[in-house]
Design a protein around this ligand. Structure first.
Ligand SMILES: C[S@@+](CC[C@H](N)C(=O)[O-])C[C@H]1O[C@@H](n2cnc3c(N)ncnc32)[C@H](O)[C@@H]1O
Length: 203
């Protein structure tokens, strides 16, 4: 049965880019560009959404992009066609139970997905499972922030996010990854600690 998050994203897909547009152009675009500068070889994007990262995929990589919302991934697929991007294939799939073989990808990454995922640790376990030994997992995620302004803003929109998308922008995602046995090689605060960049390396 479809989760509240999946149904919510199916419903909000037509307005997703409009709603996050101001943040996209002020902040997120540069973060996406920086992250995508680091990818190589065979790449898996988890929770591709409407395809906000597509413009930054290098042309010499092979990308597989998944999302469990049919309406979000439909938009990403259309964007790839419109932009003439041919090095990406889209699969509708749940990040917590991926149908890929172990050790399939050089790079596995997500941007802004785990505030909207009810069991993020299972999803990260899956991301590490499908990553090749020596490969990397990159996570760029919203987390609870210490900043006053960001905190006030997030407190205002969080009840809406929780109700309609089962999403929590104040998640403490990333804090316990080491305790759970993940090989965290980098953790950086971005935008006054409201966003975290995390890099895992697969043994
Ligand atoms: C906030 S949007 C981010 C979309 C895109 N990554 C971006 O940076 O704009 C979160 C996306 O993650 C997807 N998502 C959340 N949980 C998922 C899961 N368990 N499996 C697959 N997709 C998931 C949602 O459907 C939605 O498209």
């Amino acid at each position: 049965m479809a989760s509240r998050t999946e149904k919510g994203y199916d419903f909000f897909a037509p307005v997703y880019e409009f709603a996050e547009g101001p943040f996209e152009y002020l902040y997120f675009r540069d973060l996406r560009r920086d992250l995508l500068d680091r990818v190589y070889g065979s790449v898996l994007e988890v929770g591709v959404g409407t395809g906000r990262n597509l413009p930054f995929y290098p042309s010499d990589v092979e990308v597989t992009a998944i999302d469990f919302s049919g309406n979000m991934i439909k938009r990403a697929r259309r964007k790839a066609v419109d932009m003439g991007i041919s090095n990406v294939s889209f699969v509708r799939m749940d990040a917590r139970d991926m149908g890929f073989e172990c050790n399939s990808f050089d790079i596995v990454f997500s941007t802004f997905v785990f505030c909207a995922c009810s069991d993020p640790v299972s999803a990260v376990e899956e991301m590490v499972r499908v990553c090749k030994p020596g490969g990397r997992v990159f996570l760029l995620e919203h987390v609870a922030s210490g900043g006053l302004l960001a905190n006030v803003f997030v407190s205002v929109i969080n009840p809406f996010m929780k109700t309609f998308l089962d999403e929590d922008l104040k998640k403490r995602f990333g804090e316990k990854l080491e305790e759970r046995g993940f090989n965290v090689v980098k953790k950086e605060d971005v935008l006054g600690s409201h966003i975290k960049f995390i890099e895992l390396r697969k043994f």
